[in-house]
Design a protein around this ligand. Structure first.
Ligand SMILES: Cc1ncc(COP(=O)(O)O)c(C=O)c1O
Length: 389
Protein backbone atom coordinates (compact mmCIF):
# COMPACT_ATOMS: atom_id res chain seq x y z
CA UNK A 1 0.00 0.00 0.00
CA UNK A 2 1.26 3.49 -0.86
CA UNK A 3 2.30 5.92 1.87
CA UNK A 4 -0.34 8.32 0.60
CA UNK A 5 -3.04 9.74 2.95
CA UNK A 6 -6.34 7.89 2.71
CA UNK A 7 -8.47 11.05 2.70
CA UNK A 8 -10.01 10.35 -0.72
CA UNK A 9 -12.37 7.51 -1.66
CA UNK A 10 -10.96 7.11 -5.15
CA UNK A 11 -12.53 5.19 -8.03
CA UNK A 12 -10.36 2.29 -9.22
CA UNK A 13 -9.34 4.08 -12.42
CA UNK A 14 -5.95 5.40 -13.50
CA UNK A 15 -5.79 7.79 -16.41
CA UNK A 16 -2.57 8.24 -18.30
CA UNK A 17 -3.52 10.56 -21.16
CA UNK A 18 -6.12 13.16 -22.04
CA UNK A 19 -7.08 14.80 -25.31
CA UNK A 20 -10.12 17.04 -25.75
CA UNK A 21 -13.12 15.26 -24.25
CA UNK A 22 -11.30 11.90 -24.03
CA UNK A 23 -9.32 10.26 -21.26
CA UNK A 24 -7.29 7.07 -21.75
CA UNK A 25 -6.67 4.71 -18.85
CA UNK A 26 -3.61 2.58 -18.13
CA UNK A 27 -5.11 -0.34 -20.09
CA UNK A 28 -5.66 1.77 -23.18
CA UNK A 29 -9.42 2.08 -22.69
CA UNK A 30 -10.77 5.43 -23.86
CA UNK A 31 -13.48 7.22 -21.84
CA UNK A 32 -15.62 10.23 -22.66
CA UNK A 33 -14.88 12.77 -19.93
CA UNK A 34 -18.01 14.69 -18.90
CA UNK A 35 -16.50 15.66 -15.54
CA UNK A 36 -13.54 17.78 -16.62
CA UNK A 37 -11.67 17.16 -13.36
CA UNK A 38 -14.61 18.75 -11.50
CA UNK A 39 -15.04 21.68 -13.88
CA UNK A 40 -11.35 22.48 -14.12
CA UNK A 41 -10.32 21.35 -17.59
CA UNK A 42 -13.11 23.39 -19.19
CA UNK A 43 -11.28 23.66 -22.54
CA UNK A 44 -10.71 19.91 -22.68
CA UNK A 45 -7.52 17.97 -22.04
CA UNK A 46 -4.24 19.04 -23.63
CA UNK A 47 -5.83 22.03 -25.36
CA UNK A 48 -3.19 22.95 -27.98
CA UNK A 49 -3.15 26.70 -27.26
CA UNK A 50 -2.91 26.20 -23.48
CA UNK A 51 -0.32 23.43 -23.84
CA UNK A 52 1.88 25.62 -26.06
CA UNK A 53 1.66 28.53 -23.60
CA UNK A 54 2.61 26.27 -20.68
CA UNK A 55 5.49 24.67 -22.61
CA UNK A 56 6.93 28.01 -23.69
CA UNK A 57 6.58 29.56 -20.26
CA UNK A 58 8.10 26.51 -18.52
CA UNK A 59 11.14 26.86 -20.76
CA UNK A 60 11.43 30.58 -19.95
CA UNK A 61 10.55 31.32 -16.31
CA UNK A 62 8.25 29.47 -13.93
CA UNK A 63 8.46 31.32 -10.65
CA UNK A 64 10.07 34.30 -8.99
CA UNK A 65 7.71 34.88 -5.97
CA UNK A 66 5.68 37.96 -5.20
CA UNK A 67 8.73 39.84 -3.96
CA UNK A 68 9.14 41.17 -7.49
CA UNK A 69 6.93 42.62 -10.21
CA UNK A 70 5.40 40.15 -12.61
CA UNK A 71 4.10 41.66 -15.87
CA UNK A 72 2.17 38.50 -16.80
CA UNK A 73 0.30 38.77 -13.51
CA UNK A 74 -0.43 42.48 -13.97
CA UNK A 75 -1.69 41.91 -17.52
CA UNK A 76 -3.81 38.96 -16.41
CA UNK A 77 -5.36 41.04 -13.62
CA UNK A 78 -6.23 43.73 -16.18
CA UNK A 79 -7.77 41.23 -18.57
CA UNK A 80 -9.83 39.53 -15.85
CA UNK A 81 -10.90 42.91 -14.56
CA UNK A 82 -12.16 43.86 -18.03
CA UNK A 83 -14.02 40.54 -18.33
CA UNK A 84 -15.53 41.07 -14.88
CA UNK A 85 -16.66 44.24 -13.12
CA UNK A 86 -13.49 46.30 -13.28
CA UNK A 87 -12.17 45.24 -9.88
CA UNK A 88 -8.62 44.65 -8.65
CA UNK A 89 -7.33 41.07 -8.61
CA UNK A 90 -5.34 38.98 -6.11
CA UNK A 91 -3.90 35.63 -7.20
CA UNK A 92 -3.57 32.45 -5.15
CA UNK A 93 -3.59 28.72 -5.93
CA UNK A 94 -6.99 27.18 -5.20
CA UNK A 95 -10.64 27.87 -4.56
CA UNK A 96 -10.39 27.56 -0.79
CA UNK A 97 -7.52 30.04 -0.78
CA UNK A 98 -9.53 32.46 -2.90
CA UNK A 99 -12.48 32.28 -0.49
CA UNK A 100 -10.15 32.51 2.50
CA UNK A 101 -8.67 35.70 1.04
CA UNK A 102 -12.11 37.09 0.20
CA UNK A 103 -13.37 36.46 3.74
CA UNK A 104 -10.22 37.99 5.25
CA UNK A 105 -10.71 41.01 3.00
CA UNK A 106 -14.35 41.31 4.11
CA UNK A 107 -13.25 41.07 7.73
CA UNK A 108 -10.55 43.73 7.53
CA UNK A 109 -12.88 46.02 5.55
CA UNK A 110 -15.72 45.79 8.05
CA UNK A 111 -13.39 45.89 11.06
CA UNK A 112 -11.83 49.11 9.86
CA UNK A 113 -15.05 50.76 8.70
CA UNK A 114 -17.38 49.55 11.45
CA UNK A 115 -15.02 49.17 14.38
CA UNK A 116 -15.33 45.38 14.62
CA UNK A 117 -19.14 45.51 14.94
CA UNK A 118 -19.99 43.78 11.65
CA UNK A 119 -18.08 40.53 11.81
CA UNK A 120 -20.92 38.14 11.01
CA UNK A 121 -21.08 36.61 7.52
CA UNK A 122 -24.17 35.04 5.98
CA UNK A 123 -23.75 31.93 3.87
CA UNK A 124 -26.25 29.43 2.49
CA UNK A 125 -27.38 26.09 3.79
CA UNK A 126 -25.87 23.30 1.73
CA UNK A 127 -23.16 25.57 0.33
CA UNK A 128 -19.55 24.55 -0.28
CA UNK A 129 -16.71 27.05 -0.02
CA UNK A 130 -13.61 24.94 0.68
CA UNK A 131 -11.65 22.96 3.23
CA UNK A 132 -9.52 25.51 5.09
CA UNK A 133 -10.78 26.39 8.57
CA UNK A 134 -12.44 29.63 7.55
CA UNK A 135 -13.95 28.18 4.38
CA UNK A 136 -15.19 24.96 5.95
CA UNK A 137 -16.83 27.10 8.61
CA UNK A 138 -18.48 29.12 5.84
CA UNK A 139 -19.62 25.90 4.19
CA UNK A 140 -23.24 24.93 4.87
CA UNK A 141 -22.81 21.16 4.38
CA UNK A 142 -22.49 19.49 7.78
CA UNK A 143 -20.43 16.55 6.47
CA UNK A 144 -17.56 18.91 5.60
CA UNK A 145 -17.37 20.18 9.20
CA UNK A 146 -17.96 16.93 11.06
CA UNK A 147 -15.09 16.10 13.42
CA UNK A 148 -13.42 19.49 13.04
CA UNK A 149 -15.36 21.28 15.76
CA UNK A 150 -15.13 23.87 17.18
CA UNK A 151 -16.05 25.63 13.97
CA UNK A 152 -15.56 29.39 13.58
CA UNK A 153 -18.66 31.08 14.89
CA UNK A 154 -18.91 34.11 12.65
CA UNK A 155 -21.04 32.36 10.00
CA UNK A 156 -24.84 32.08 9.92
CA UNK A 157 -26.34 29.73 7.35
CA UNK A 158 -29.58 30.87 5.77
CA UNK A 159 -31.93 29.28 3.26
CA UNK A 160 -31.05 30.19 -0.33
CA UNK A 161 -33.84 31.92 -2.22
CA UNK A 162 -35.61 33.06 0.96
CA UNK A 163 -35.22 36.85 1.11
CA UNK A 164 -37.17 36.97 4.39
CA UNK A 165 -34.56 34.93 6.23
CA UNK A 166 -31.81 37.12 4.74
CA UNK A 167 -33.64 40.22 6.02
CA UNK A 168 -34.15 38.70 9.50
CA UNK A 169 -30.40 38.28 9.86
CA UNK A 170 -29.13 41.51 8.33
CA UNK A 171 -31.56 43.56 10.44
CA UNK A 172 -29.65 42.45 13.54
CA UNK A 173 -26.98 44.94 12.43
CA UNK A 174 -23.83 42.85 12.86
CA UNK A 175 -23.61 41.35 9.35
CA UNK A 176 -20.71 42.58 7.23
CA UNK A 177 -20.84 40.23 4.26
CA UNK A 178 -22.78 37.52 2.47
CA UNK A 179 -21.18 34.79 0.38
CA UNK A 180 -23.25 32.98 -2.26
CA UNK A 181 -22.87 30.47 -5.08
CA UNK A 182 -25.31 31.37 -7.87
CA UNK A 183 -25.51 27.67 -8.74
CA UNK A 184 -24.46 25.36 -5.92
CA UNK A 185 -22.10 22.92 -7.59
CA UNK A 186 -21.17 20.58 -4.75
CA UNK A 187 -24.59 21.17 -3.16
CA UNK A 188 -26.42 19.50 -6.07
CA UNK A 189 -26.95 22.10 -8.81
CA UNK A 190 -29.35 24.26 -6.82
CA UNK A 191 -29.84 27.58 -8.62
CA UNK A 192 -30.68 30.82 -6.85
CA UNK A 193 -33.76 32.59 -8.23
CA UNK A 194 -33.15 35.82 -10.16
CA UNK A 195 -35.45 37.92 -7.92
CA UNK A 196 -33.61 36.77 -4.82
CA UNK A 197 -30.21 37.63 -6.27
CA UNK A 198 -31.39 41.07 -7.32
CA UNK A 199 -33.03 41.78 -3.93
CA UNK A 200 -29.99 40.64 -1.96
CA UNK A 201 -27.66 42.58 -4.22
CA UNK A 202 -29.71 45.80 -3.91
CA UNK A 203 -29.98 45.47 -0.15
CA UNK A 204 -26.22 44.85 0.20
CA UNK A 205 -25.42 47.89 -1.94
CA UNK A 206 -27.74 50.10 0.11
CA UNK A 207 -26.35 49.11 3.51
CA UNK A 208 -22.69 48.51 2.58
CA UNK A 209 -22.86 44.76 3.21
CA UNK A 210 -20.25 43.09 1.02
CA UNK A 211 -21.71 40.74 -1.58
CA UNK A 212 -19.19 37.96 -2.23
CA UNK A 213 -20.01 35.67 -5.16
CA UNK A 214 -18.19 32.34 -5.12
CA UNK A 215 -17.76 31.71 -8.86
CA UNK A 216 -15.20 28.99 -8.36
CA UNK A 217 -17.35 26.36 -10.05
CA UNK A 218 -19.71 28.58 -12.07
CA UNK A 219 -16.94 30.75 -13.51
CA UNK A 220 -15.01 30.38 -16.75
CA UNK A 221 -17.85 29.52 -19.02
CA UNK A 222 -19.75 26.67 -17.37
CA UNK A 223 -23.01 28.61 -17.28
CA UNK A 224 -22.57 30.05 -20.78
CA UNK A 225 -20.93 33.32 -19.80
CA UNK A 226 -17.48 33.97 -18.44
CA UNK A 227 -19.02 34.52 -14.96
CA UNK A 228 -22.52 33.44 -13.91
CA UNK A 229 -23.45 36.79 -12.31
CA UNK A 230 -23.47 38.33 -15.80
CA UNK A 231 -26.79 36.60 -16.54
CA UNK A 232 -28.47 38.47 -13.67
CA UNK A 233 -27.60 42.15 -14.11
CA UNK A 234 -25.99 42.30 -10.66
CA UNK A 235 -22.43 43.17 -9.62
CA UNK A 236 -20.68 41.66 -6.62
CA UNK A 237 -18.28 43.56 -4.38
CA UNK A 238 -15.98 40.55 -4.32
CA UNK A 239 -15.83 37.49 -6.60
CA UNK A 240 -13.76 34.35 -6.12
CA UNK A 241 -12.38 32.21 -8.94
CA UNK A 242 -10.34 29.03 -9.38
CA UNK A 243 -11.01 25.68 -11.14
CA UNK A 244 -11.28 26.56 -14.85
CA UNK A 245 -9.11 29.67 -14.64
CA UNK A 246 -5.94 27.96 -15.95
CA UNK A 247 -7.40 24.70 -17.39
CA UNK A 248 -5.71 22.50 -14.78
CA UNK A 249 -2.68 24.48 -13.66
CA UNK A 250 -3.47 25.32 -10.01
CA UNK A 251 -4.63 28.91 -9.64
CA UNK A 252 -7.20 30.87 -7.67
CA UNK A 253 -8.12 34.54 -7.77
CA UNK A 254 -10.14 37.15 -5.94
CA UNK A 255 -11.58 40.15 -7.73
CA UNK A 256 -12.79 43.03 -5.59
CA UNK A 257 -13.97 46.55 -6.24
CA UNK A 258 -10.99 48.86 -5.86
CA UNK A 259 -12.45 50.65 -2.82
CA UNK A 260 -12.71 47.25 -1.07
CA UNK A 261 -9.47 45.69 -2.37
CA UNK A 262 -7.39 48.58 -1.04
CA UNK A 263 -8.05 47.39 2.53
CA UNK A 264 -5.63 44.49 1.91
CA UNK A 265 -2.61 46.77 2.06
CA UNK A 266 1.02 45.63 1.68
CA UNK A 267 1.89 42.89 4.15
CA UNK A 268 -1.69 41.98 5.17
CA UNK A 269 -2.05 38.90 2.96
CA UNK A 270 0.03 36.89 0.50
CA UNK A 271 0.92 33.64 -1.22
CA UNK A 272 4.32 32.29 -2.26
CA UNK A 273 3.14 30.63 -5.45
CA UNK A 274 0.10 32.84 -6.16
CA UNK A 275 0.00 34.08 -9.75
CA UNK A 276 3.39 32.73 -10.77
CA UNK A 277 4.51 32.90 -14.39
CA UNK A 278 3.46 29.37 -15.30
CA UNK A 279 -0.08 29.70 -13.93
CA UNK A 280 -0.47 33.17 -15.47
CA UNK A 281 0.65 31.94 -18.89
CA UNK A 282 -1.93 29.15 -18.75
CA UNK A 283 -4.66 31.55 -17.60
CA UNK A 284 -3.84 34.01 -20.41
CA UNK A 285 -4.19 31.16 -22.90
CA UNK A 286 -7.57 30.20 -21.39
CA UNK A 287 -8.78 33.78 -21.73
CA UNK A 288 -7.54 33.95 -25.35
CA UNK A 289 -9.89 31.08 -26.17
CA UNK A 290 -12.82 32.02 -23.96
CA UNK A 291 -12.96 35.62 -25.15
CA UNK A 292 -13.01 34.66 -28.83
CA UNK A 293 -16.16 36.01 -30.49
CA UNK A 294 -18.98 33.49 -30.30
CA UNK A 295 -17.30 31.17 -27.78
CA UNK A 296 -19.84 31.69 -24.98
CA UNK A 297 -22.75 31.67 -27.41
CA UNK A 298 -21.80 28.17 -28.58
CA UNK A 299 -21.61 27.04 -24.92
CA UNK A 300 -25.14 28.30 -24.32
CA UNK A 301 -26.44 26.74 -27.53
CA UNK A 302 -24.85 23.36 -26.85
CA UNK A 303 -25.96 23.53 -23.21
CA UNK A 304 -29.60 24.27 -24.09
CA UNK A 305 -29.62 21.49 -26.68
CA UNK A 306 -28.01 19.02 -24.30
CA UNK A 307 -30.36 19.84 -21.38
CA UNK A 308 -33.33 19.38 -23.74
CA UNK A 309 -32.06 15.96 -24.83
CA UNK A 310 -31.45 14.92 -21.21
CA UNK A 311 -35.01 15.93 -20.36
CA UNK A 312 -36.26 13.75 -23.26
CA UNK A 313 -34.38 10.73 -21.91
CA UNK A 314 -35.77 11.13 -18.41
CA UNK A 315 -39.30 12.39 -19.01
CA UNK A 316 -41.87 10.26 -17.16
CA UNK A 317 -39.21 8.97 -14.74
CA UNK A 318 -38.34 9.99 -11.19
CA UNK A 319 -35.06 11.43 -12.51
CA UNK A 320 -35.05 15.22 -12.87
CA UNK A 321 -32.73 17.35 -14.98
CA UNK A 322 -30.94 20.29 -13.37
CA UNK A 323 -28.53 23.08 -14.16
CA UNK A 324 -27.89 25.57 -16.89
CA UNK A 325 -25.82 25.53 -20.09
CA UNK A 326 -23.00 22.98 -19.65
CA UNK A 327 -23.29 23.03 -15.84
CA UNK A 328 -25.81 20.24 -16.12
CA UNK A 329 -26.84 17.17 -14.20
CA UNK A 330 -29.55 14.76 -13.14
CA UNK A 331 -31.05 13.95 -9.76
CA UNK A 332 -31.27 10.18 -9.33
CA UNK A 333 -32.83 9.73 -5.88
CA UNK A 334 -31.07 7.02 -3.88
CA UNK A 335 -29.10 5.73 -6.89
CA UNK A 336 -26.40 8.31 -7.47
CA UNK A 337 -23.43 5.99 -6.88
CA UNK A 338 -24.93 3.20 -8.99
CA UNK A 339 -25.61 5.62 -11.84
CA UNK A 340 -22.07 7.03 -11.83
CA UNK A 341 -20.51 3.57 -11.71
CA UNK A 342 -22.76 2.34 -14.49
CA UNK A 343 -21.79 5.29 -16.69
CA UNK A 344 -18.14 4.59 -15.91
CA UNK A 345 -18.56 0.93 -16.84
CA UNK A 346 -20.03 2.08 -20.15
CA UNK A 347 -17.15 4.50 -20.79
CA UNK A 348 -18.53 7.84 -19.57
CA UNK A 349 -17.07 9.90 -16.70
CA UNK A 350 -19.63 11.90 -14.68
CA UNK A 351 -19.33 13.18 -11.10
CA UNK A 352 -21.38 13.24 -7.88
CA UNK A 353 -22.87 16.31 -6.17
CA UNK A 354 -24.84 16.35 -2.93
CA UNK A 355 -26.55 13.08 -2.07
CA UNK A 356 -28.57 12.39 -5.19
CA UNK A 357 -27.23 14.46 -8.05
CA UNK A 358 -24.89 13.43 -10.85
CA UNK A 359 -23.06 16.34 -12.46
CA UNK A 360 -22.56 16.13 -16.22
CA UNK A 361 -19.91 18.68 -17.16
CA UNK A 362 -18.68 18.22 -20.74
CA UNK A 363 -15.77 20.41 -21.83
CA UNK A 364 -16.97 23.71 -23.28
CA UNK A 365 -15.22 22.72 -26.51
CA UNK A 366 -17.25 19.50 -26.81
CA UNK A 367 -18.67 18.70 -30.25
CA UNK A 368 -22.30 17.83 -30.94
CA UNK A 369 -21.13 14.34 -31.96
CA UNK A 370 -19.48 13.90 -28.56
CA UNK A 371 -22.62 15.17 -26.83
CA UNK A 372 -24.69 12.65 -28.84
CA UNK A 373 -22.28 9.92 -27.83
CA UNK A 374 -22.52 10.97 -24.17
CA UNK A 375 -26.32 11.00 -24.35
CA UNK A 376 -26.32 7.48 -25.81
CA UNK A 377 -24.11 6.28 -22.92
CA UNK A 378 -26.36 8.02 -20.37
CA UNK A 379 -29.45 6.44 -21.94
CA UNK A 380 -27.81 3.00 -21.94
CA UNK A 381 -26.59 3.34 -18.33
CA UNK A 382 -30.02 4.48 -17.14
CA UNK A 383 -31.93 1.84 -19.02
CA UNK A 384 -29.70 -0.89 -17.57
CA UNK A 385 -30.89 0.40 -14.19
CA UNK A 386 -34.52 0.26 -15.33
CA UNK A 387 -34.86 4.06 -15.74
CA UNK A 388 -35.17 6.28 -18.77
CA UNK A 389 -36.97 5.82 -22.07
C1 LIG B 1 -18.09 26.73 -5.15
C2 LIG B 1 -16.77 26.23 -4.67
N1 LIG B 1 -16.07 26.97 -3.81
C3 LIG B 1 -14.87 26.56 -3.35
C4 LIG B 1 -14.33 25.35 -3.71
C5 LIG B 1 -13.00 24.92 -3.18
O1 LIG B 1 -12.05 24.90 -4.20
P1 LIG B 1 -10.67 24.11 -4.04
O2 LIG B 1 -10.99 22.66 -3.98
O3 LIG B 1 -9.88 24.51 -5.24
O4 LIG B 1 -10.05 24.59 -2.77
C6 LIG B 1 -15.05 24.54 -4.60
C7 LIG B 1 -14.54 23.22 -4.98
O5 LIG B 1 -15.24 22.34 -5.38
C8 LIG B 1 -16.29 24.99 -5.08
O6 LIG B 1 -17.02 24.25 -5.94
Amino acid sequence: MSAIFQNYARYPLTFVKGEGARLTDENGRVFLDFGCGISVVNLGHSHPHVTKAIQEQAATLIHTSNLYRNPLQEQLADRLSRCGFGGDVFFCNSGAEANEAALKLARIYTNKKYDGKRSRVLTLQNSFHGRTYMTLSATGQEKVKKGFEPIMECFTHIRGGDFGSFLNEVKKGDVGAVILEIVQGEGGLEMLPRDYLVEVSEYCAKYDILLILDEIQTGFGRTGDIFAYKHYGITPDIMTLAKGIANGVPMGAVMAKHEVAEYLSAGTHGSTFGGNYLACAAAHAVLDVMTEKGFMLQVREKGDWFLGKLAEIFHQTEVTVHGTALMSGVKVPGRQKEFIENCMKNGLIVIPAGNDVVRIYPPLTVTYEELEEGLALIRKSASEMGIGD
